[in-house]
Write a new protein. Structure first.
Length: 115
């Protein structure tokens, strides 16, 4: 019989095994995509902290789409897997209060992307 603790440990190990190793560039794409999604949503609902950043609705969305498509190609993950990675990164940014910290670098990445 499997105890709940063993079951939880097995789930954690399988989740780690399913998560691909990302390059630094891929981690930055994921981080900035998540940050842009959070800020863009905040801007759409009038969040004061989000409104201080440049408008991200069109360019941020395009960056998000291109970056996640690139990550799908690199990792061979499907939409669901990439969606889970992006959601986890967004949660991490919110939980650690890092959106404000990463946005300046992400805006530079957005400018350099040509989007």
């Amino acid at each position: 019989m499997m105890t709940p603790l063993i079951g939880a440990a097995l789930l954690a190990v399988s989740a780690q095994a399913a998560t691909p190793a990302l390059t630094q560039e891929s981690k930055a794409l994921l981080r900035c995509s998540a940050a842009f999604a959070l800020v863009s949503h905040g801007q759409s609902v009038g969040n004061e902290a989000s409104l201080k950043w440049p408008k991200l609705d069109t360019r941020g969305r395009e960056f998000f789409v291109r970056a996640l498509a690139q990550l799908m190609d690199e990792t061979k993950l499907g939409r669901e897997g990439i969606s889970q990675l992006a959601s986890a990164e967004a949660r991490r940014l919110l939980d650690k209060g890092e959106v404000e910290k990463v946005m300046p670098g992400c805006l530079l990445m957005l400018e350099g992307s040509g989007v």
